[in-house]
Ligand binder design. Structure first.
Ligand code: FNR
Length: 365
């Protein structure tokens, strides 16, 4: 969250990180239209408070996939945490654990599934899968996630190829150049046997990983086969069309993340909030929907919940907080929680279940 008080973590990240690393974190794809609209989408709605409601106690507890979480948000999968802080995903996961909210670990994390799972004692740990084009590596990732005891798999489906991010292209930068984001591959027995040899240098290893990282031939059918073959609940991330949402539900996904990938994939992709109600209508009331993109404040979360989300993901705010290590991420999460609690009270709500459509007005302009 960009703040007027306390630590402005975005500013701190900009000041302390290299231009390459900060550009990678903050940038979007193409024209970056979606990047600015992801923030502005929340301004199209205003909240209408109700008064005299006895709001001395406010409960942000949320139930998601059979777990009770302390607040209606999860830490989004973000790759390459060690370009921000050497403790990387271990620090972010510990902060999530302390805050009692789930951590979704990216495929391209700088610590492995097993290492992150070790540091999470209380909160749920999810593993996000970029579906590798090598099926045996994919299979191995899924089995390792199951063995590590993760709560669920998040399959990202808006990335058949990497979006065209001009800031990174202009810097000729990809975080794996710094050795970040390779841990799950380096620790993988199938990847090791098939792709690594003792004589390889790091540039060759990076090239091998990149050659199988994404899979443009992924289909609903393949995802359905995976859903059938794993004991883990599967959540599909990166859906923006109601018919796709319904299809995900029909093939057995346990939930959906309505997301344009923080405006980093399709140039000009629609803002998630714009499609949320239509998706909710299509999948019915009992199917978990999570929204992400541009969540910066408690009021953004409240608007998302009213429009049909069960929870949201927080992305850039916490990765900027990671500049200050574990305590930086904790600061971001506790500030967000405080902001949410204050705004719930001001709305006249004692819990997130109290946020209803009559609290919301969409502006005409
Ligand atoms: C991402 N995101 C992402 N998503 C994913 O499924 N796997 C990943 O590895 C990454 N990596 C990643 C890196 C960086 C630097 C960013 C900013 C984002 C997308 C992420 O999960 C989420 O959808 C967005 O970050 C949400 O938007 P905000 O909160 O950043 O505005």
């Amino acid at each position: 969250m960009s703040r007027k008080t306390g630590v402005d973590w975005e500013k701190k990240a900009k000041e302390t990180l290299s231009a390459n690393a900060f550009g990678y974190l903050s940038g979007g794809s193409g024209s970056e239209v979606s990047l600015s609209y992801n923030i502005k989408q929340f301004d199209r709605y205003r909240l209408i408070p109700r008064v005299l409601r006895e709001v001395s106690l406010t409960d942000t507890t949320t139930h998601l996939f059979g777990s009770s979480i302390q607040a209606p948000y999860l830490l989004a999968p973000i790759g390459f945490h060690t370009i921000v802080h050497e403790a990387g995903e271990l620090a972010s996961a510990r902060a999530a654990d302390a805050a009692g909210v789930p951590f979704i670990q990216s495929t391209v994390s700088s610590y492995s599934i097993e290492e992150v799972s070790e540091v999470m004692a209380v909160a749920d740990h999810y593993f996000q899968l970029y579906w590798p084009s090598d099926d045996d590596v994919r299979e191995s990732f899924v089995r390792r996630a199951e063995a590590a005891g993760v709560k669920g798999l998040v399959i990202t489906v808006d990335t058949p190829v990497l979006g065209r991010r001009e800031i990174d292209l202009s810097h000729n930068y990809f975080p794996m150049d710094e050795g970040a984001g390779m841990a799950n591959f380096l620790a993988d027995p199938v990847f090791q046997a098939r792709y690594l040899s003792p004589t390889m240098d790091s540039a060759e290893v990076k090239q091998k990983i990149q050659s199988i990282l994404f899979n443009p031939s992924l289909t609903f059918k393949k995802v359905q086969q995976l859903i059938k073959s794993t004991s883990l609940p599967v959540i599909i991330k990166g859906v923006l069309h109601p018919d796709d949402a319904k299809r995900c539900q029909d093939i057995g996904a346990k939930g959906i993340i309505v997301s344009n990938h923080g405006a980093r994939q399709l140039d000009s992709a629609i803002e998630p909030l714009e499609v949320l109600s239509a998706i909710r209508e299509k999948v019915g009331n009992d199917f978990p929907l999570i929204l992400d993109g541009g969540i910066r404040r408690g009021a953004d979360i409240i608007k998302s919940l009213i429009l049909g989300a069960d929870a949201v993901l927080v992305g850039r705010p916490y990765i900027y907080g990671l500049t200050g290590g574990e305590s930086g991420v904790m600061d971001v999460l506790s500030t967000l929680k405080e902001d949410l609690e204050i705004n719930l009270k001001l709305l006249g709500a004692t819990s997130i279940l109290d946020c209803h459509h009559d609290h919301l007005k969409r502006l005409e302009r």
